[in-house]
Structures are given as structure tokens and as C-alpha cells.
Design a protein around this ligand. Structure first.
Ligand SMILES: NC(=O)C1=CN([C@@H]2O[C@H](COP(=O)(O)OP(=O)(O)OC[C@H]3O[C@@H](n4cnc5c(N)ncnc54)[C@H](O)[C@@H]3O)[C@@H](O)[C@H]2O)C=CC1
Ligand SMILES: O=C(CO)[C@H](O)[C@H](O)COP(=O)(O)O
Length: 299
């Protein structure tokens, strides 16, 4: 099959590598010339503009978008619009907000598949887990590509109609936030607690047969191995947050309580205060107010 890939960063390059390796013909475009050159090196046909990209694709266009979520998706779809018809298929493999995907599916001249992608750049060797929403015929048509990009035929599935793929991926990310938070809390207690523990060793033992073994726990083990048991110079600031925010908003809208996911998200926001959390500073001062407890002061 011929596949066009737009967006050749950390994730798009893997889509190119895996589809080329599976024997598909890949046309590749990115705003960044170096990214296009890297895709050409990997065996893709490089395009130097969107017009050149669509010219290189055959009459039935199968296009995979792997650009940042948000405006870049809309801009790219606008540029493609005049070149697409209802025999074509566009896949958005990024972390788009599911309601944006529903809107795009309604206005896109091609069949539109919203595809939640999990595994991250570190999952390149194994392949990804793909959660796909949109028309069944378009999903069936792209199956050989999904087989190549995913871990295999079991690594992808159609979740339901438009929006459902990105909806499932959004909630996946909420779960990811909460799991990261709970591993963080457990290791913090081990680090601050009664014994002088080698946390890489703890994680390694847990990863061999323990109830809580997982890929995230393997990544904890890797972090302690590479950074040291006290995490060396790693700062206490956590970036990201959009997919977790959407998950919490959806929980509120559906009246489904998500205390763990919310707490994990709040910890991220709290980690970004430049000079300590104001609420913690006020609680510190209030303890003096009612209890005359000593007030630790900043330098
Ligand atoms: N990095 C990760 O762990 C994962 C990322 N995702 C999602 O995949 C998407 C891509 O992520 P990454 O590859 O990590 O980002 P990245 O920043 O590494 O790559 C994005 C690429 O898109 C290109 N680009 C931006 N606007 C463009 C446009 N209008 N036309 C053509 N190319 C354009 C950039 O030049 C860049 O090469 C995002 O939606 C992200 O949330 C999904 C799962 C995991
Ligand atoms: O989707 C992913 C993993 O599954 C991406 O790594 C995403 O960036 C994670 O979300 P955040 O940036 O909010 O931590």
C-alpha cells in the first residue's frame, strides 16, 4: 500500500520506519527539512511541500498525520482539503482532543480516522497500541498499515465511531498520570523512609513477578539506574497536562469521580510554582496563627 505521512518528529519517524519495513511505499512531508531528509534516509519518498506531497500520492490517498495536536492538525487539513475526496482516508495519529476529531471528521472530504497512539518513541521496537475511531470501511482499508505501526494485528482495534479513538486515548493518558503518581508516592516513601534502600534494586525485584509490575515500573527501574537512587539532578517540575485536563473535565461532565487522576494532574500543576506553592506557604503560616508552631522561612 502507498501511505503519505505528514509530521516526521519523534512519532512520525517511527510510523515511517515501521511502514517502510513492512514493505509499504511511503511519501513523507514535514515543515522541517532535516526531518524530511531523515525519512528519505529511512526509505521514504521525500516531498518538499503539501502540493508536492499530494502529487506523489496515487488517486486513492491514504494519509497519516503525526503533527502536534491542535492548530497544526487544522492547518494541515485545510491545506489538504482541495486534494481529497470521499475515496480517500486521513488518519490523525496524534493526541487530538476527541471533540476536535468529531468536528474534523464532519468537515473533512475524506474518511477520517482518529487514532490514539500509545507506546511513545520508546515503543518503536515493539510497535504501538492503536485505538481507532471512525468508519469501519476506512479502518478495514488501513488495516495493513495499522498492522505495521502497531505491535501487530492484536495491537490495534476499532473503538467505535468518530471521536472514540481519541476519547479512549485521552482516558488512557489519565490512567497514565495516576499510575505515575502512585509509583512516585511509593518510591518517595521508600526513599524518605526507615531503610537505606537501593531503589533500582527494589524496582527490579518488583518487576519480576510482583503484582504491581508494569512497563512504567520498568521505566522507574531505568530512571534509578541512569540517574541514581536519589534521581540526581532531575528537577521537581512536571510538564504536559492537556490530556489529563481533558480527562478530568470529562469526568466532571459525566459525573464520574476521578480523584486519583485529578490528584495526579493537580500535582503537576503544583510542581510548576516557581517559588513554592502559595497554599503550602499559607498553611505553614496558619499553623503559627493557631498553634504558635515555628514558621520555616525562605532564604
Ligand atoms: N511523544 C510521545 O510520547 C507521543 C506523542 N503523541 C502525539 O503524537 C503527535 C506528534 O508527537 P511527537 O512526534 O512527539 O512530536 P514532535 O514535536 O517530535 O514532532 C512533530 C513534527 O510535526 C512537524 N510539524 C508541525 N507542524 C507541521 C505542519 N503544519 N506540517 C507538517 N509538519 C508539521 C514538526 O516539524 C515535527 O517534526 C502529537 O499529537 C503527540 O501528542 C502520541 C503518543 C505518544
Ligand atoms: O500520549 C503520550 C503517552 O501516552 C504522550 O507522551 C503525551 O505527551 C503524554 O501526556 P503529557 O505530555 O500530558 O504527559
Amino acid at each position: 500500500m502507498q501511505l503519505g505521512v505528514i509530521g516526521l518528529g519523534r512519532m512520525g519517524q517511527i510510523v515511517v520506519d515501521r511502514t517502510v519495513a513492512a514493505g509499504h511505499d511511503v511519501v513523507a512531508f514535514d515543515l522541517d527539512d532535516d526531518a524530511v531528509a531523515a525519512a528519505a534516509e529511512a526509505g521514504a519518498d521525500p516531498a518538499d511541500s503539501i502540493d508536492d506531497f499530494v502529487d506523489r500520492l496515487g488517486p486513492e490517498k491514504r494519509i497519516w498525520l503525526m503533527v502536534p495536536a491542535g492548530e497544526a492538525v487544522d492547518v494541515t487539513l485545510e491545506e489538504l482539503e482541495d486534494h481529497l475526496n470521499d475515496d480517500d482516508v486521513v488518519v490523525d495519529g496524534g493526541n487530538s482532543f476527541f471533540e476536535d476529531s468529531v468536528r474534523r471528521a464532519e468537515s473533512c472530504p475524506a474518511a477520517y480516522l482518529d487514532c490514539g497512539t500509545s507506546g511513545g518513541p520508546a515503543g518503536a521496537e515493539l510497535g504501538f497500541s492503536l485505538m481507532v475511531g471512525g468508519p469501519q470501511w476506512a479502518y478495514d482499508e488501513l488495516e495493513p498499515v495499522f498492522d505495521a505501526v502497531a505491535t501487530g494485528p492484536d495491537g490495534h482495534g476499532r473503538m467505535g465511531p468518530s471521536g472514540s479513538g481519541h476519547y479512549v486515548k485521552m482516558i488512557h493518558n489519565g490512567v497514565e498520570y495516576a499510575l505515575m503518581q502512585t509509583y512516585g508516592e511509593g518510591f518517595e516513601l521508600l526513599h524518605e523512609g526507615r531503610y537505606d534502600l537501593d531503589l533500582e534494586n527494589v524496582a527490579a525485584v518488583w518487576n519480576n513477578g510482583a503484582v504491581i509490575r508494569s512497563w512504567l515500573l520498568e521505566l522507574c527501574e531505568e530512571a534509578f539506574r541512569e540517574e541514581g537512587t536519589d534521581l540526581g539532578t532531575v528537577a521537581d517540575r512536571i510538564e504536559g497536562g492537556s490530556t489529563g485536563t481533558w480527562t478530568v473535565q470529562e469526568g466532571l461532565e459525566q459525573e464520574v469521580p476521578l480523584p486519583l487522576i485529578y490528584t495526579a494532574l493537580a500535582e503537576r500543576f503544583g510542581s510548576r510554582a516557581d517559588d513554592g506553592r502559595f497554599s503550602r506557604r499559607l498553611a505553614n503560616r496558619l499553623r503559627y496563627g493557631f498553634g504558635r508552631h515555628e514558621v520555616p522561612r525562605r532564604e
